[in-house]
Design a protein around this ligand. Structure first.
Ligand code: GRF
Length: 200
């Protein structure tokens, strides 16, 4: 299986800087994988623009396009199957992945969270809220976590974590920038380890 490139879908809602760092790592031949599609709930965002500019199929999918959540989940599953997706990477995807998709891709959906889980996770803990909470708690260390996705927010098994110092004059924004820079190496490193295990 060593020559088989894992077929990845990346789910994004924003800038897609993690998507870009993973794409760059694949281009540099450090990951035996290909990004087959970028799925987003937002048609216009940095991630979708990057995908379009790099010949990656884009899929704009939101609950609003369907009359029920089940239909939405079915459409997502169909799309993933049609493209032969083997692994899903959440990279700033601001929606909950439907349970039916989690069940169909058990242990094949990965997320990156901008804090050291299990602290500072759960519903509502995203973006700047995470870093504001870390500073309010007086933490001296923050970091990022790559983890498996299950039916509960930020509660799947942890794959890899990396620490980032909290500085005395940090604002949520300066801390966010330092953590994001860390994410850009942590996510590719975690995938390299995971794919090496799966493909050996
Ligand atoms: C990152 O901080 C990630 O940890 C979180 O959402 C942010 C996405 O940023 N899940 P980007 O879209 O990859 O730039």
């Amino acid at each position: 299986m060593r020559n088989h490139k894992s077929r990845l879908a990346v789910f994004c809602s924003g800038d897609g800087s993690n998507f870009k760092s993973i794409h760059r790592t694949i281009e540099d031949k450090q990951l035996n994988a290909e990004i087959v599609l970028c799925l987003s709930n937002r048609e216009q965002c940095g991630a979708m623009e990057f995908a379009r500019n790099n010949g990656i199929t884009t899929v704009h999918l939101t609950e609003k396009q369907f009359t029920s959540f089940d239909e939405f989940a079915d459409a997502m599953l169909r799309c993933l199957r049609e493209h032969g997706i083997e692994m899903i990477l959440l990279a700033g995807y601001m929606r909950k992945v439907p349970d039916a998709v989690v069940a169909a891709f058990r242990d094949k959906i990965i997320n990156i969270h901008p804090a050291l889980l299990p602290k500072f996770g759960g519903e509502g803990m995203y973006g700047i809220h995470v870093h504001t909470a870390v500073l309010a708690a007086g933490e001296t260390q923050s970091g990022a976590t790559v983890h498996l996705v299950n039916e509960e927010y930020d509660q799947g098994g942890i794959l890899m974590q990396r620490h980032v110092p909290v500085l005395s004059d940090d604002t949520p924004e300066t801390l966010a920038a330092r953590v994001l820079a860390c994410e850009h190496t942590l996510y590719p490193d975690s995938l390299e380890k995971l794919l090496a295990e799966q493909q050996s």
